[in-house]
Design a protein around this ligand. Structure first.
Ligand code: ADP
Length: 391
């Protein structure tokens, strides 16, 4: 079965076609700046046994044009389509074949993810028009976190805010946490339900999850992706009273503060830069705020590891993934320093090795295994799409 995975953003379209017999990628691409005067299109073709890359800058007026362009560029057959959808609320615990009710439920969750669910739904609608009769499946970022117990997902607000306004922790990056957890269990020679893991998805957005025997028990992002550890430009956890204090004392509007918390805070807020490659370069030149940003980031990650070790009781392994998790040995080393009380002993030489293959970075004799495992959310979506359709 060939499964096309589609991820529609507000001004972007990402797609990958998988042959699920071999799990090979047949084609894939990204279209950016949809609706702007100059779009960016990158398409790669792998079916000929070698990579053929096309890069163009056409005007892509809207998502409909983008989707038609994609359909023209893909020359192989498509049997089914898997859509990444960000917010499934409490309606969806697993990958779900799309029908009218599912689309209504996605729309009903729009207020919880106003930037993501509407374009995701446009992508679904367009794909239905473009590929009539082909099965379409929604895989939600929130699926994997639906096993989090009530005591962990509720905020200590008046209870009716949960029932009336759906205010609770939903968590994000679920597809990535699930993929690396399953992959790491397999690499350890175990089934997912035989291990307890702490998975650390550290990219521009960051989230950390506590996974017990394959089921998520807690995760650091919250009702929105703003919570948890500090990120490239997002604050992470904050004393909630700061919001009102800023409103009262700076004259900023709610929208302006929102913008600061999401786009001008985190690593960028502390040192002016959000890409850790640039931050390390600056720190090496002696920049105090760049050094501080790295120290704060690693400290916050360390605290979550400690907290989630307590949640799980017994931990078999840690898994680092995404841009920072896979590539940044400095952040990993700092976050894992002096944690032998938790059974974590990192091998600094192994930690320095860069590899696109999954590998361990713990010392021989470390009670916990520490893995670096590249994530593959698209493959996870394709796998779940295939599973739900062949069940
Ligand atoms: P996104 O959350 O946008 O999917 P990624 O997972 O691609 O992000 O992570 C992007 C971030 O990863 C960059 O902003 C940068 O901080 C970090 N990163 C990428 N490559 C490296 C590297 N070689 N060394 C250190 N950090 C890196």
């Amino acid at each position: 079965m060939n499964v096309l995975v589609i991820n529609t953003g507000s001004s972007s379209l990402k797609y990958q076609l998988f042959d699920m017999n071999s799990q090979a990628v047949l084609a894939g691409g990204v279209m950016e700046r949809i609706g702007e005067t100059k779009g960016i299109l990158t398409h790669k073709e792998f079916s000929t046994g070698r990579e053929v890359k096309t890069k163009k800058t056409p005007v892509i007026q809207n998502h409909q044009e983008a989707m038609h362009l994609m359909a023209k560029l893909i020359t192989q057959k498509i049997d089914a389509i898997g859509h990444r959808v960000v917010q499934g609320g409490e309606n969806f615990k697993t990958a779900t074949p799309i029908n009218g009710d599912v689309k209504n439920a996605i729309q009903a969750n729009n207020p919880l993810a106003p930037l993501h669910n509407p374009p995701n739904l446009i992508g679904i609608q367009l794909a239905e028009d473009l590929f009539p009769g082909k099965p379409q499946v929604a895989v939600f970022d929130t699926n994997f976190h639906q096993t989090i117990p009530e005591k962990a997902y509720l905020y200590a607000l008046p209870y009716e805010y949960y029932t009336d306004y759906k205010i609770r922790k939903y968590g994000f990056h679920g597809t990535s946490h699930k993929y690396v957890a399953n992959k790491t269990a397999a690499l350890m020679g175990k089934k997912p339900d035989q291990v307890n893991l702490i998975t650390l998805h550290l990219g521009n957005g960051c989230s950390i999850s506590a996974i017990k025997k394959g089921e998520c028990q807690d995760t650091s992002m919250g009702m929105t992706p703003l919570a948890g550890v500090m990120m490239g430009t997002r604050t992470g956890n904050l004393d909630p009273a700061i919001f009102g204090y800023l409103m009262d004392n700076t004259g900023m509007t709610q929208a302006q503060i929102d913008d600061v918390l999401n786009k001008k805070s985190g690593l960028k807020g502390i040192c002016g830069l959000n890409d850790l490659r640039d931050i390390h370069e600056r720190a090496a030149q002696g920049d105090k705020l760049a050094k501080l940003a790295v120290e704060m980031f690693a400290y916050q990650i360390k605290k979550y590891i400690g907290a989630y070790a307590a949640v799980l009781g017994h931990v078999d392994g840690l898994v680092f993934t995404a841009g920072v998790g896979e590539n940044d040995e400095i952040v990993r080393a700092k976050a894992l320093a002096d944690m032998s009380v938790f059974g974590i002993e990192i091998d600094l030489a192994k930690n320095d090795i860069r590899s696109s293959e999954p590998h361990t970075i713990h010392k021989e004799g470390s009670r916990l295994q520490v893995w670096v495992v590249p994530t593959n959310e698209e493959l996870q979506i394709a796998t779940e799409t295939c599973q739900v359709l062949t069940k």
